[in-house]
Design a protein around this ligand. Sequence first.
Ligand code: A2H
Length: 258
Amino acid sequence: EGVNPQEYTGIKLQVLEWSEQGNKVISAIPQLEGKKIFLVAATLRPETMYGQTNCFVGTGLEYGFYQSENPNEVYVVTARVARNMAFQGLTPANGQAILLGTVNGQAIIGSKVDAPLSTYSSGVYVLPMENVLATKSTGVVTSVSSESPDDYAVLRYLKKKTEYYGIKPEWVDEFEPVPVTSIPAFDAMPASALCKNVKISLQKDRVQLAETKDAVYKEGFYNSTMSVDDFKGKYVQAANMKVRDLLIANGSGFAYAE
Ligand code: A2H
């Protein structure tokens, strides 16, 4: 870990429909009644949010429902994040996180969430990911399968293993990677191009993925341009702050550092 704080953009994914288990959990917590509930993902690449295809949570992680600074809104994040948020003006009282209840990641798989700016504007689904770290960011990863090799590999794997993971086909079938940037070095979408090149087919190929990832991130961030309408032709690096500002201005994102 470096000494400099990492500047993330918190992305608010409002829950539109709970999974069966998730519904049981929230129905038993009276303080959640009538509130808007958001899974909060943290990203370094806000400009890629146009390409969100799903959201990942860790099945073995425990998440808390925390009162946000807005009385009508509740954030779903891990406990360590809530503590950090409490010192960044993201909870009602400075330094204090207000826990309203808890839920296991497994229980919220299959919930439908609104992914801000995503082409899939009627919502995307919450899916399981083994490598969501409890020690990093919010414990919720919003997935941009066209841009992130990790996201691409896991989504592709889950599409083949729906039964094993208890995933309904409609949570994954129609959610194909959406081009967000174009990298001159590759013709196709960065994640799929690289994953194909090194024949990464499984979530388990961690080493290959790690090497591939570094290459994609550097090329993708410094040497490519946006292909989505709003920022067509603009450098990705320039769009990064602009999209962050846009998300913050429309209330679907916030600055978060750790
Ligand atoms: B990024 P850093 Cl398109 N466990 O967002 C594992 N990974 C996590 C995580 C957790 N608890 N929390 C966040 N992340 C991911 C988008 C993206 C990201 C793209 C390309 C690269 C990229 C879409 N997923 O990250 O170690 C999130 O994925 C490059 C590293 O704190 C977050 O940004 O620097 C990034 O890792 C934060 O990683």
